[in-house]
Structure formats: structure tokens, C-alpha cells
Design a binder for this molecule. Structure first.
Ligand code: ADP
Length: 410
């Protein structure tokens, strides 16, 4: 089955075309026929695409909205220009959509029916910055491929619907949960699930024996405690703001700070929330950048004090979460690193793990240094009782596989 995977944002559309089926999933032989992204939708869009044979190209086109963007990419993917081997739209058999918020209603991937679309719409108040764009992607794909092509929603929150009440509730008056569904939802679920699924392949363990901590460290960062293959705790909460220090987000903070900053700085509460989301984290502390690579260079080359401090805060918070989850889970077999930072930065991985020797995690420095650019591998010593691995995440592949499974189940 050829699946078009779409991740629609406000002005961007990331996509892949993946060939997958039962045999491919069993043998890990799915094929990525094409991938790319369209940026600056709404104006003169910039399109970067890469076909199966590794050839990249850049285009520009006036794409006024998400529909025009999806139409462009479907045409490109099936026209021969992309080298996908697809020659008609009919060869795109299904569409898998990344949808950020599924609330409490969606605990797994589902085929998109009119009822499901309404459900996604109802979740807009919980994810006003994401769900509307995900819905626009769904409608655009329906327009481009017709109602007959099945579409599947894969939710960022779904994997965390297994959290127990004591883990997902905030200790606030219970009626606020009942009335407004104020609770922890968690995000990055598709990434954590992808990494945990890969761990089953690596370790040869059945799902019931998977006991790991996954760290997704990209621009957004989150940790997840996984027991029996299921999420039992995760660091993001009601929104993706809670938890680890991120590129531009503060992560955990005393909520009393919001009102204090608002009154001291003459800001509204939404303005303070925006400050915590987009001007904090690595960027806020360093005053320089949200990009870990640049921050590491600043610290190394110029000995910049605040760059060094931001990196230290980032690593310290991640290490605290690992410790907390080891307690919550009663121990784990491995810590798995993913995301742009987790997959590419031996230095950050080493600094997070340094101080976890008590838990049985000892870093093998040369193994750690060799893991970057998508390489998978172990970087703890053979004596370690808590292993450390880089396991690159592949959310798009999981979305394609979910789409295949959901459609073939009927
Ligand atoms: P997103 O969450 O937007 O998908 P990514 O997973 O691509 O982001 O992660 C982006 C982050 O990964 C940036 O902070 C970037 O600097 C960092 N990163 C990428 N390569 C390296 C590297 N070699 N060393 C350190 N950080 C890196």
C-alpha cells in the first residue's frame, strides 16, 4: 500500500510517501518513495523535496492555502518528476495524518469519518495552534484525492492515554477536570511509540517486557516512562509547555510566576504564556539561540557563560526526569535517546547521563562519539545495568504503518 503521510502546520506541510504492507512491517522493509516539506504556504511557497534515489530539489510556487499545497505535492508525487514510480493519483492508496490533539476520545489511530473530523474539531480548544491546521490538511487531501481514498488520523496524545489517573491529573479541584478536562495529555506520542517499538526489535523482547525511558530531544523535548510497552508517565502536560527545558519553552515552572511577570512587566496572561512558549528555554536563558548546535559552539569557542548555563539547565532537567521515572517505574532496562539533539549530540547525551552511575548507567565514550546522523546503537558500557541507546525516531513511518493497519482492518 502506498501511503501519503501529511504533517500540516500553520504555514508548512511536511510529507512523505511510504510503501508499506504486512510483509514490509514484519521485515522492516517499508520503502520511502519521497519526502519533503512546503514552507511559507499562503504566499510564494518554498518547496524542498527528495525522491527515493536521494535526489533533492527546491522549487517555488504561489500556493495560497493548504489545499493548493496538497494539490501541488500530489501532482508532483504522481507525475514522474518525483521518481516515486507512481504514475497516477489512484496509486496513492491511503493518507495518514499527524493530528496533535485527540483529547480523551482517541486512544489509538482511527479512520477519518465525518464523526472523527468533528471530534478533531472539538479538540481545537485544547490545541488551537495545531488541530485547525491538521484539519485543513485532512480536507485538502480529501479534495485532492477524493472521498474514496481512506484517511487515517494518528494522534500525538493517543499513546499517553494509558496513563493512570494519579499520573494524568493535576492536584487541583477535581471539578475542573470534570467540567473542562483540565489534565495532563502528553505529546510526542508517535515518536515515543516509534522508539519503543524499535526497542522491541533491538532487544527481542515482547511488548509486555518493554521497560524503558524514552527521551525525545528536538526543538520540543519530552520524556516518557514506558512499562509493558505502554506509556505510564510523560513530561508534557495539558499543553507541550510542561516538563523538560526546550528550544524556546521553559518546561516546568511555578504557575504563580505567570501573574507575577504579568504585573511586573505590564503584560497580559496570554502574553506571558507566549513568552514561556516562544522566548524561553535555551533561547531565553542564553539570550542567543534556541539551536543546541549553535549553543554548544558558543560555549566551546567563546566560553559564553549563559550558553553554558542554558546547556547545563537542559541536561540537569533531563537527568532529573530520568531519576523520577526510574522511581515511578521501579527501574528500567534502558534510556533511549531520539530527536535532533538526542540523535546527534554525544556531548549532550554524555552530560545527561553523567550522574546516573548510581543507577547503573556508565557511558562508553567512544561508542557515544560514533553515534550521530541517524545511526542507531548502544553507548553504555557492557557492565551497565541500565543501558543507554540512540534509537532514531521515525514518526512518519509509524503513521504510514498505522494507516495501513487501520485501513486493512476495515
Ligand atoms: P524538531 O523538534 O523541530 O523536529 P529536531 O528533532 O530536528 O527538531 O531537533 C532540532 C534540534 O536538534 C536543534 O536544537 C538542533 O540544534 C539540534 N541538533 C541537530 N544536530 C545537532 C548536533 N550535531 N549537535 C547538537 N544538536 C544538534
Amino acid at each position: 500500500m502506498n501511503v501519503l503521510v501529511l504533517n500540516a502546520g500553520s504555514a508548512t506541510l511536511k510529507f512523505q510517501v511510504v510503501r508499506t504492507d504486512h510483509d514490509a512491517i514484519a521485515a522492516d522493509t517499508d520503502v520511502k518513495l519521497a519526502r519533503g516539506q512546503i514552507e511559507r504556504i499562503g504566499g510564494e511557497a518554498v518547496i524542498t523535496v527528495r525522491s527515493h534515489d536521494g535526489v533533492s530539489s527546491r522549487h517555488t510556487a504561489p500556493l495560497r492555502d493548504m489545499s493548493a499545497a496538497v494539490e501541488w505535492l500530489v501532482e508532483w508525487a504522481t507525475s514522474g518528476a518525483a521518481n516515486t514510480s507512481l504514475t497516477s493519483r489512484a496509486e496513492l492508496h491511503a493518507v495518514g495524518h499527524r493530528v496533535v490533539h485527540g483529547g480523551e476520545r482517541f486512544s489509538s489511530s482511527v479512520r477519518i469519518t465525518p464523526g472523527v473530523a468533528i471530534g478533531i474539531e472539538e479538540m481545537i480548544e485544547l490545541a488551537p495552534l495545531h488541530n485547525p491546521h491538521n484539519l485543513a490538511g485532512i480536507r485538502a487531501a480529501q479534495r485532492a484525492l477524493g472521498e474514496g481514498v481512506p484517511q487515517v488520523a494518528v494522534f500525538d496524545t493517543a499513546f499517553h492515554q494509558t496513563l493512570a489517573e494519579h499520573a494524568y491529573l493535576y492536584a487541583i479541584p477535581y471539578p475542573l477536570y470534570r467540567r473542562h478536562k483540565v489534565r495532563r495529555y502528553g505529546f510526542h506520542g508517535t515518536s515515543h511509540r516509534s522508539v519503543a517499538y524499535r526497542w522491541r526489535r533491538i532487544s527481542g523482547l515482547p511488548k509486555s517486557d518493554v521497560r524503558v525511558i524514552t527521551l525525545h530531544l528536538g526543538n520540543g523535548c519530552s520524556a516518557c516512562a514506558i512499562v509493558g510497552g505502554e506509556s505510564v508517565d510523560t513530561s508534557m502536560g495539558f499543553t507541550p509547555l510542561e516538563g523538560l527545558v526546550m528550544g524556546t519553552r521553559s518546561g516546568d515552572i511555578d504557575p504563580a510566576v505567570l501573574d507575577f511577570i504579568a504585573s511586573k512587566e505590564g503584560l497580559s496572561l496570554p502574553q506571558v504564556e507566549a513568552l514561556l512558549n516562544s522566548q524561553s528555554g535555551l533561547l531565553g536563558v542564553s539570550g542567543l539561540t534556541n539551536d543546541m548546535r549553535d549553543l554548544l559552539a558558543e560555549a566551546r569557542e567563546h566560553n559564553d557563560r549563559r550558553a553554558t548555563l542554558a546547556i547545563e539547565m537542559f541536561c540537569y532537567r533531563a537527568r532529573k526526569y530520568i531519576g523520577a521515572y526510574l522511581a515511578a517505574m521501579g527501574g528500567a532496562d534502558a534510556v533511549l535517546f531520539a530527536g535532533g539533539i538526542g540523535e546527534n549530540s554525544p556531548e549532550i547525551r554524555a552530560r545527561i547521563c553523567d550522574g546516573l552511575q548510581w543507577a547503573g548507567l556508565h557511558v562508553d565514550t567512544s561508542a557515544n562519539a560514533a553515534l550521530h546522523h541517524g545511526r542507531e546503537g548502544k553507548f553504555s558500557t557492557t557492565e551497565s545495568t541500565l543501558q543507554a541507546w540512540v534509537v532514531p525516531t521515525d514518526e512518519e513511518l509509524l503513521i504510514a504503518r498505522d494507516a495501513y493497519r487501520t485501513v486493512s482492518r476495515g
